[in-house]
Unconditional design. Sequence first.
Length: 340
Amino acid sequence: MMDLSIARLLAEYPYAAAYFEQNKLDVSGYEELTFPQYLKHFTQDELEDLAIDREKLLSDLEVFIAQMQEFLGLGASNQVHSLTILPGHDKSGGAEGFARFTIHASEIVSIVGPTGSGKSRLLADIEWAAQNDTPTGRSILINEEVPDNKWRFSSNNKLVAQLSQNMNFVMDLTVREFLELHAQSRLREDPDAVIDRIIEEANRLAGEQFRMDTPVTSLSGGQSRALMIADTAILSSSPIVLIDEIENAGIDRKKALELLVAEDKIVLMATHDPLLALIADKRIVIKNGGISKVVETSPEEKALLAELEKMDAVVQHARHKLRSGSALSAADLNRENFEA
């Protein structure tokens, strides 16, 4: 780090500018020097007049950058490559039906089971990085280790971004203002480009497009969900995304999952939709509050998924026509019209 020029240092760690400002160090005109070289340009009199301690400034800069990396979720210790669920018990006290289950980055796992079976409880256990201290007795490992307490208790290091069935905004902001606040809080370089990408992706997911100047309180349920999925995929530092019943979101479900996986997220979704259940690499089956079994999606099921997608295309087409005020005809329900 200290062998980087100041220009390169600011490019890679833009928040270093705040460090220079706090310490009243004007680096203008010295961008081609390294920070140690810059500190050496001061005369002895200047060092005394400005109360500059070279060694302390050097060590403090490294600490400052490391702390900012941790705060922003960019440090090496914040990289999550795998999530492991260790079994607990169901509502009757019986052991769960698996030994251990590990999910890796860019994998999608669905959670299926009857209403009230305990799907949301599993999502909560993961969100809280349970350590045999919840009603299920489950434990969660991160990268095959007991998670650091920061994942459980720090407001700056969120292990999980959870997208619930209802996304309600209360802030009197436009979509752009909302995204600008988030981008600024993450200290992202080129925030305008990030915001543009989020809007573009959100509008790919939403049934009805919206503009930058649309108030977030005016977004429909589907638009809100699309915005938050795009924001979570592109801007959030949370490595795990938990989704509760995305089928009710009024968005393009498949594109939403593809976007999240492309950003190296671990994705778990509670669903009643057979199409979403089979899109997943594996599915967790919940019964009586416990994990009954973990099932890997078979080649036969993947073949059936192709048939389900054709059926779904028919339904989505019919929904679009009805929403636009058009009448349906027999041709609209002909699956052959939707063959790839």
